[in-house]
Design a protein around this ligand. Structure first.
Ligand code: FES
Length: 159
């Protein structure tokens, strides 16, 4: 790990001591500092705190709020619930993967600009198919509208 990462972890550890934190709060703080939770960071904080690394890994894999891989600058969440599926979410996902040149096993673009997630029903079935882009809900989505949204995200990045 580089010096900056270690400094950030030291500050997480200090906060843990001062505020009598717990494993979940440590992980939240690591993610807030580093944007994700690298495996090396878990081992580092485990040694410092004496909390077993397996405890941290158990929490990280249980809660969907934690990420062990870097995420893209833009988060695209495609709903694959039943209603969205019936309304054509598979065509939208195919378009997303084509536009971003993602293979089936990839969820983040190589340039780090996008991470694509698939979820089951976000509770907005009346406007299906639904895609959430950077926490903004887009209903009645189509492959063409999706391509425009992705282009807009790319254009913002290059501004
Ligand atoms: S199935 Fe997609 S919002 Fe409900």
């Amino acid at each position: 790990m580089d010096e900056t990462t270690v400094e950030k972890l030291e500050s997480v550890y200090t906060k843990y001591i001062e505020l009598d934190g717990n494993a979940i709060s440590i992980l939240q703080d690591i993610q807030a500092e580093l944007d994700y939770i690298p495996e090396e960071a878990v081992h580092w904080i485990s040694q410092k705190t004496g909390i077993a690394a397996s405890m941290f890994f158990g929490i990280v894999t249980f809660y969907t709020q934690f990420y062990m891989k870097p995420r893209g600058a833009n988060i695209v969440t495609a709903c694959c619930g039943t209603v969205c599926h019936v309304k054509g979410s598979h065509r939208i996902i195919t378009r997303i993967n084509d536009e971003l040149k993602l293979r089936n096993d990839e969820d983040t673009t190589r340039d780090g600009l996008f991470t694509v997630e698939k979820v089951n029903c976000i509770g907005a079935c009346s406007i299906a198919p639904v895609v959430v882009i950077n926490q903004k809900v887009h209903g009645k989505m189509s492959p063409e509208k999706m391509a425009k949204q992705l282009k807009s995200c790319k254009d913002k990045k290059s501004e």
